[in-house]
Design a protein. Structure first.
Length: 42
């Protein structure tokens, strides 16, 4: 629902999407990569 997405971004500044095709291991690997990226930029 586009309205719900718009409201979440406006209210919270972020959006969480759960994709059932992605398992926990893949999700953790992605989060680790994002943490490393932002740690290097700070």
């Amino acid at each position: 629902d586009c309205q719900a997405v718009t409201e979440a971004l406006h209210t919270y500044g972020c959006l969480i999407i759960k994709d059932p095709r992605v398992n926990a291991e893949q999700n953790n690997k992605f989060l680790d990569q994002m943490e490393q990226f932002f740690h290097r930029r700070s």
